[in-house]
Unconditional design. Sequence first.
Length: 282
Amino acid sequence: MDTHPVFENIRSHLPKLTKSEARVARYILNNEAKIGLGTGASLAKATSVSEITVSRLLRKLGYKGLREMKSLLASTDPEGVVQGTERRVRLLSSSDSTLIDAESQAIRKLATQLSRPEWEEMIGVTQGAERIFVTGFQTARGMAEDFARRLGIVRDAVRFLSVLESGLVEWVPPAPSILGTRNVLILIDILPYAKEAEKTCAIARRFGFDIVVLTDEFNNWAYAYTKFVFHAESTTGLFLESTAALNSMLNFIVHSVAEREPDQSRERIDNWMGLTKELDLF
């Protein structure tokens, strides 16, 4: 995790910020490489808030303006700021090598998310759950289905939840899957956010589920339902938003859950391979 004093200051203020201010603060934390070339106006545009909101946030953080915050970043870690600026300049190029570099940078930035204390806690909750429900909407649905299948290889009781098709019939009381058991909902959501996503989280929280939201760098709504919100950068210069970092994050979750019970995970894989051999699938 980045221990820069400026970012530590922002994190310490997060619980006291309004929704709009928190959206800007989290954008700064998740996009530090872009701040060097940013302005108050560009920051407001990127987070869909007013410039007044950006100014108010900076005052709450103790800075006279964005220029002072960037100055502190430069004086404390000039090399990091220069490198961040250079990365942003490279994103302006349309060459394949530049895009590959940007995609790689997005994946490397996942280290910030994986080093958060909430990450290890989330892995423990997921590994220890009796039932795991995975869902995603719109373009994220395919990722959610693939992730559910892969997670189901290393542990049991994983189910893809097709909310729009089933209407959450899996959760209808008094189903054992929602009464007296430890349940986790893992939801994948990216821009443009699905209206069903927040409603599903609200219902899951009412039933006592642990909730995990895996999302892009702009998401702010999920914090109203869970502390297990993890961001993957999606703006890497591609024509459409990138899902490379988000897919890598899903892979890390499968790996981390499997590592908690390696012998059990290996046994499940061996048994699964035996079944696929009987079916003559490969």
